[in-house]
Design a protein around this ligand. Structure first.
Ligand SMILES: Cc1cc2nc3c(=O)[nH]c(=O)nc-3n(C[C@H](O)[C@H](O)[C@H](O)COP(=O)(O)O)c2cc1C
Length: 355
């Protein structure tokens, strides 16, 4: 229909109709901005703008509950969250003798299920095991719930490594020699690079940089995202066209990293923003790490547009509870390639002291 109208109607009329539609749309949105009720009516009923976000949130929670019913398949999210809750309890000041009862049994069950799996992550198990061991050492074992959990934990018979992944004192932690000026220099060196040489990006180098990216903070240490790397053939050609912001320079991107949120990591909609935040924090670490390894990058916006989302989901074979968050072009910078000046806001423009 649209194509037929395009052929039949004169170009000037099409232009005017487009403009009128845009004006109507922006007038409607401005009206919605007047009250929450109108916004709810507009975005909730009349427009489907947020339907993908709503769906991925619901599909994620659904998947989370499904996984909870199949402990052998449990993703690591709940184990990770509860282990972290327990380690935070361990470092509380003052520390209570009884804590964590709301999730302790769940944690021991998840630990036991994961320990029985052949493909469980040994590092993750080591962490959970160390934290639980420490907890049972210091908590009040006269408390029946703690005693029962300890017995179940001991019965798992997990052989832990010699290095314990348990909370430690700040004064024993690693201290880098990086001075502020060095760090600032690295931050200044990292600029959005859009012009790359055609040299292939070695995957081991990206894996090395990911080793620093994964050190980024993450809500309850869940790290609810994956990074899909597309670096060859037709898939690369198609992938680099999906975000809108690559127009005109997509042909010279040698590697595209797509940060994809995993919304099955959450049991409630209140946490729906976490994948966006956690993935972005890791992306920042990744960009800085890449710089230290001689590679450059450009973050690329992921637009919330149905057709693009569908194409990317098909290309990456994503599930309903996964969603692209942002992309990163990675490559060796063309030395003569241009860099936008992109003047930065001053600290005083950003900081607002609340006295
Ligand atoms: C979330 C995000 C999305 C971005 N999207 C695009 C994009 O689609 N296309 C593009 O060329 N640059 C994109 N950029 C790069 C910005 O234009 C760039 O970061 C900004 O101008 C500051 O410049 P700098 O990165 O060199 O410091 C994006 C950056 C961020 C953080």
């Amino acid at each position: 229909m649209k194509a037929l109208l395009k052929r039949l109607l004169p170009k000037t009329l099409i232009g005017r109709l487009k403009k009128a539609k845009e004006q109507l749309g922006s007038g409607f949105i401005r009206l919605m901005g007047r009250s929450r009720l109108l916004a709810k009516l507009g975005y909730g009923v009349l427009s489907s703008r947020f339907s993908r976000e709503n769906f991925v949130t619901a599909a994620g929670i659904r998947r989370h509950h499904q996984l909870n019913q199949q402990p052998q398949q449990q993703t690591h999210a709940r184990l990770r969250r509860n282990t972290h809750r327990l380690e935070k309890g361990l470092l509380m000041q003052p520390r209570r003798e009884v804590f964590g009862l709301a999730y302790l049994h769940q944690l021991v069950s998840d630990f036991s299920d994961q320990a029985a799996k052949n493909d469980a992550c040994s590092e993750e198990l080591q962490w959970a095991s160390s934290v639980l061991t420490e907890f049972f050492l210091v908590a009040d074992n006269n408390e029946p719930a703690i005693k029962a959990a300890k017995d179940r934990f001991t019965a798992v018979g997990y052989q832990s490594e010699t290095v314990a992944y348990k909370p430690y004192r700040r004064d024993t932690s690693l201290h880098s020699q990086v001075e502020f000026e060095d760090f600032k220099k690295l931050a200044m060196q990292r600029r959005s690079v859009r012009w790359f040489t055609d040299e292939r990006v070695p995957r081991p180098l990206v894996e090395r940089a990911m080793g620093a990216a994964t050190l980024a903070p993450s809500a309850c240490n869940r790290q609810p995202f994956n990074v899909y790397i597309v670096d060859q053939g037709d898939k690369l050609k198609r992938a680099v066209k999906q975000p809108m912001g690559t127009s005109g320079w997509e042909h010279n991107i040698p590697m595209l990293a797509v940060f994809v949120g995993d919304f099955s990591s959450f049991e409630a909609a209140r946490d729906r923003h976490v994948p966006y935040i956690d993935a972005s924090l890791a992306a920042m670490n990744l960009m800085l790490a890449l710089e230290t390894l001689g590679l450059s990058s450009c973050p690329i916006n992921w637009p919330d547009i149905e057709i693009r989302e569908q194409r990317m989901a098909k290309l990456l074979k994503l599930d309903d509870w996964q969603r692209p968050i942002m992309c990163l072009a990675i490559g060796y910078a063309q030395e003569e390639g241009g860099i936008a000046f992109s003047q930065k806001k001053l600290p005083e423009q950003l900081i607002r002291y609340v006295d």
